[in-house]
Design a protein around this ligand. Structure first.
Ligand SMILES: [Zn+2]
Length: 222
């Protein structure tokens, strides 16, 4: 795989390595993936399925792959090709690009979280997620935070507003999203915290540079 990955060097194309992506959403998926260079070689299958109950997308490890070597681990992002509205259905391909990118970005946040876990931890995670609302809430917030930390704040906001302001989406679904996920305000706050951190980081670097300059100056005076 290494060689092939090296060979695919055109911009977004680099992110296709070890990924299976349906053509209709390829551009959006690759844009989201470009925010996660850590996942460049990770095996991820993006699959349309109508089996998801009550959600539009879900990310999970492929169970069979958990017993192989760590590099062979495979993840799956399941995507419902249609989502239920109050009185009708809407095809996922009608969703605006930024919303789709944000949605995938959130799912990739889950994969970042899984990547830090061993097989046993992942199994425990699966059980806790299944049993505990509190745990779901934590896991969803972790995924959102990963996405924000990877510069996807504006996309996530587009996704959240799309869901929360979509008058035709079932209220129960909106309530679920509001209860378990970061709110648009939370995201704005996270983004600004991150920017402040960047500023502090820059100040630190500037201070260090000045220090080095001063040292160089004093040395040159000797
Ligand atoms: Zn999620």
């Amino acid at each position: 795989m290494g060689l092939l990955c090296l060979a695919l060097f055109s911009e977004l194309f680099t992110y296709k390595c070890n990924k299976t992506i349906p053509a209709v959403i390829e551009q959006q998926v690759l844009t989201a993936l470009s925010h996660y260079p850590e996942l460049k070689d990770t095996n991820i299958r993006f699959t349309f399925t109508q089996k998801l109950k009550g959600s539009v997308m879900a990310a999970r490890p492929v169970v069979g792959s958990l017993f192989k070597k760590r590099e062979k681990r495979v993840y799956e992002i399941l995507i419902n090709p249609v989502f239920k509205l109050e009185h009708s259905f809407e095809a996922i391909r009608q969703v605006p690009d930024s919303v789709m990118i944000g949605w995938i970005g959130h799912e990739l946040g889950h994969i970042m979280d899984y990547e830090s876990k061993s097989t046993w931890e992942l199994m425990g995670f699966g059980i806790s997620y299944w049993l505990s609302k509190k745990y779901i809430r934590k896991a969803e917030r972790v995924a959102d935070s990963f996405a924000v930390n990877h510069g996807m704040g504006p996309y996530l906001l587009a996704t959240k507003s799309f869901i929360l302001d979509h008058t035709e989406l079932p209220q129960a679904y909106k309530d679920k999203i509001a209860a378990l996920y970061l709110s648009p305000d939370d995201i704005v706050e996270l983004v600004s915290e991150l920017e402040n951190e960047d500023d502090r980081e820059k100040e630190k670097i500037l201070a260090e540079e000045e220090e080095v300059l001063r040292e160089a100056e004093t040395e040159s005076k000797h």
